[in-house]
Design a binder for this molecule. Structure first.
Ligand SMILES: O=P(O)(O)O[C@@H]1C[C@H](O)[C@@H](CO)O1
Ligand code: HPA
Length: 331
C-alpha cells in the first residue's frame, strides 16, 4: 500500500467515523473519570502476598485444623481423585479461605484438603491456579508459600501434559527430571521482584530442582504398583497457554530437548525450591502433541479429563506408596 493510499483512507475514515471526545481537541492532559486508584496503574506491580499476609492465611487455617502437614500435594487436571486416598479429612473450599484465589478450570475442584496419607500428615490442593487464567505468579504460587509456613518440607505435584517424543503414549506418566521455563526465561519468573530473605535467597540454583532421591523412590513405587510399564522420566516445557501449541511450536519444543509440554507446575517448583522445600513432580501424558500438519487428533481439555479418570486408580496407589516411602528428615 502506498503512502498516498493510506492518507486517502484516513481521510475517508475520518468522514465516516468523526472523532468524538478526542483528547487532542482540548489542550493539556485530560482527566479520566471513575478509573479507581491511580497508583494501581502507575506503579510496578507489587506482591500483595507479603510474608505477613501469607502467615495470616496459614494461621487462619491452623486455627481450623489439627493436622500439621509435612507433605504437600498439588493435583493437576483431572487428578483431584488423589484426595480420595486421604483419611481424617478436613476440607476448605478456596472460596472460604481469606485472600485465596478461586479455581476457574474444569477438573480443578478448588479446595484445600488436610488429612492423613500412609499415616503421614498431608495437605492437598485439589485444583491449582494457572497463569493463563489471568492470575499473576504470586497468586499461582500462593499455596506453596502457605504450605511452607504450615511446615511442609516435601512437595508432590502432578499435571496433565502433551507428549513430544514418539516413544511416549497417551496414559504414560513422566517423572520430571528437569524443566524449560519459557515464561521464566522471558522474564516471568515467580521469583522476580523484591526478595524477602525469610523465604529464601535472591539467586538460587535450579540444577537439582527435582529431587533425585524422591525420583528414585517414585520409580521403585511404580514397580510395586504395576505402573512401571507406563513410567518415563523427562523434561517438562512450561508454556503460558491457554491455547495448545502449533505444529511448529511442538517441533521446536522437541528440538530443544523437551519431552512433555504443559501450562503449570514450574512456577510452583521454583517457589518451593526457593524456600527449601524438596520437590517431586510428574506429568500424566493426556495427548500426543501434533507434530504434522495432517494430524487429525488435536488436543482437547475434555480428553485430558477422561485420560485422568482412566489413570486415577493407578496414580492414586502410586502416590500413596511414594508418600509412604518419604523420610521426613530427608533433604
Ligand atoms: O493443571 P494442569 O497443568 O494439569 O493443567 C493442564 C494445562 C491446562 O490447564 C489443562 C489442559 O487440558 O491441563
Ligand atoms: O498438549 C498440551 N499442551 C499444553 N498443555 C497441555 N496440557 C495437557 N496437554 C497439553
Amino acid at each position: 500500500m502506498s503512502t498516498q493510499t493510506v492518507l486517502r483512507y484516513n481521510g475517508s475514515a475520518e468522514r465516516h467515523f468523526p472523532r468524538q471526545n478526542s483528547l487532542s481537541e482540548k489542550s493539556g492532559p485530560q482527566p479520566l473519570k471513575n478509573i479507581g486508584n491511580v497508583a494501581d496503574f502507575t506503579r510496578p506491580q507489587k506482591n500483595k502476598y507479603t510474608y505477613e499476609v501469607v502467615e495470616g492465611i496459614a494461621k487462619w487455617l491452623q486455627e481450623r485444623t489439627s493436622i500439621k502437614p509435612k507433605i504437600g500435594i498439588i493435583c493437576g487436571t483431572g487428578l483431584g481423585g488423589l484426595t480420595d486416598e486421604i483419611t481424617d479429612k478436613e476440607e476448605f473450599p478456596y472460596t472460604d479461605i481469606p485472600l485465596f484465589p478461586s479455581s476457574t478450570v474444569a477438573g480443578h475442584a478448588g479446595k484445600l484438603v488436610f488429612g492423613r496419607l500412609e499415616d503421614k500428615e498431608v495437605i492437598c490442593c485439589s485444583g491449582r491456579f494457572h497463569y493463563y487464567e489471568g492470575y499473576n505468579n504470586y497468586q499461582v504460587t500462593l499455596s506453596i508459600r502457605v504450605m511452607k509456613i504450615l511446615g511442609v518440607t516435601h512437595l508432590v505435584m502432578s499435571n496433565a501434559a502433551g507428549g513430544l517424543p514418539s516413544d511416549y503414549n497417551v496414559g504414560d506418566i513422566m517423572i520430571l527430571k528437569d524443566h524449560i521455563n519459557f515464561i521464566g526465561m522471558a522474564g516471568g519468573s515467580p521469583l522476580r521482584g523484591p526478595n524477602d530473605e525469610r523465604w529464601g535467597e535472591r539467586f538460587i540454583s535450579t540444577t537439582h530442582i527435582y529431587n533425585k532421591e524422591m525420583r528414585e523412590q517414585a520409580k521403585k513405587a511404580a514397580e510395586e504398583c504395576g505402573l512401571g510399564p507406563y513410567l518415563k522420566e523427562g523434561v517438562y516445557c512450561m508454556v503460558g497457554g491457554p491455547n495448545f501449541e502449533t505444529v511448529a511450536e511442538c517441533r521446536m519444543l522437541k528440538l530443544l530437548g523437551g519431552d512433555a509440554v504443559g501450562m503449570s507446575t514450574v512456577a510452583e517448583s521454583l517457589v518451593a525450591a526457593h524456600s527449601g522445600i524438596t520437590v517431586f513432580a510428574f506429568s500424566l501424558i493426556t495427548n500426543m502433541c501434533c507434530m504434522e500438519y495432517d494430524d487429525q487428533s488435536p488436543p482437547n481439555h475434555e480428553e485430558h479429563l477422561m485420560i485422568g479418570k482412566q489413570r486415577t486408580a493407578l496414580i492414586q496407589a502410586w502416590v500413596r506408596n511414594l508418600v509412604g516411602k518419604i523420610q521426613l528428615n530427608q533433604a
